[in-house]
Design a protein around this ligand. Structure first.
Ligand SMILES: [Zn+2]
Length: 83
């Protein structure tokens, strides 16, 4: 069940540049311009996402009560968390 999450959170994060107006998607790490970013509530905070697809995934994870598993997957995938 979590395989699809693993592949998504493990997506390429290279190319991230400090100081640019592009920010990493909370879910997949893809860079997105701030004004084009999608905002969604997840795990008690507003998250910035690259697209509505990622927003839908977070919403689904939360609806399924899999937030803890999701956070663990992100940690294992080496995706920087937001804390
Ligand atoms: Zn994304």
């Amino acid at each position: 069940m979590l395989h699809w999450l693993t592949s998504l959170v493990g997506a390429d994060r290279a190319g991230q540049k400090a100081g640019s107006e592009k920010l990493p998607c909370f879910h997949c790490g893809d860079l997105v311009r701030r004004r084009r970013a999608v905002h969604a509530q997840f795990d008690g905070a507003e998250r910035l996402l690259c697209c509505h697809g990622c927003a839908a995934i977070l919403k689904t994870v939360e609806q399924m009560g899999m937030v803890q598993q999701y956070r663990e997957q992100k940690r294992q995938a080496g995706v920087a968390d937001d804390k």
